[in-house]
Ligand binder design. Sequence first.
Ligand code: ASP
Length: 342
Amino acid sequence: MRSSILIIYTGGTIGMKTDAETGALVPFDFSGIYEEFPSLKRLNVDIEVYTMDPVIDSSNVSPANWLTLARLIRDNYARYDGFVVLHGTDTMSYTASAISFLLENLSKPVVFTGSQIPIGVLRTDGRENLITAIEIAGARIDGRPEVPEVSLYFQNRLFRANRTTKGSAEALNAFRSYNYPPLAEVGVNIAYNLPAVLQPADTSPELRIATRLADGIAIVKLFPGLGEEILRAMLSAPGLRAVVLETYGAGNAPTSEWFLRVLREAIDRGVILLNVTQCRGGGVSMEIYETGLRLQKIGVLSGYDMTTEAAVTKLMYVLGLGLDETRTRELLRRPLRGEFTL
Ligand code: ASP
């Protein structure tokens, strides 16, 4: 059975080609994808392309774009077996994490990819990324999609999207997933790591999307020398609702009285503090050291081994649901889309 795939082009380097006459980079028209890559016809998939209007450099992406993308996937959900989202690499992990939260009860593949070198440049990495992402989005096992979650494919590796981070501005293997194994490794064959793939609930409820993402989120990264007045000013910003606190090591922070007082004042005003580590690998366990335990005692929540990208977008999603404080904190304490390991 042939799979039908919708490619959604949002912008970014992948969508550029060199103009044969002038040598300048010009947009690549993905609707001509079969003419450009005739070999695609050999894949067992039917492809349609939707180009966002306008296409953007991903540095300009906003939560409003994420809601539009989620709506687009929902509106086309019944017509396609899978989706490939082409996105600029700079903020791809943020967008893909946000989409993983916005799509509730997902049971079809949504594969993000992009490239470091434009698709129309001879040495591009975009061609392989695109073709393999399409193949993965259409892959089935016993008639069911092989990877029915939001994933990110880049240079021979398929990752759970909300575990990724852009790790290099130069290397072609630009993305990393420090705390979760690849969902697939691509060599001569595509080797899926099926036990690592998130499976939809047996009851297969309908896809739903969240329609609001909260604002009022900030990231505060600790460093030795961060002063009381600056920290207080950051945590007293008007409209602030939640902070991703990037701490040291296994979730540690200074134990000085002023530091804990400033955090406690924010928590007393109803600001949620979510602790993630600045380290690239590993996670927060606040009970190991006194320096982490103090945070736990004043009500800072653990982000476990979540990326900053997942923490920010999860806060936007959960606070956007408009639930009471107990329920909000309860959703933040457990993984909703495999975004952390307890
Ligand atoms: N600035 C580009 C973007 O993120 C870079 C890329 O696509 O690789 O849109």
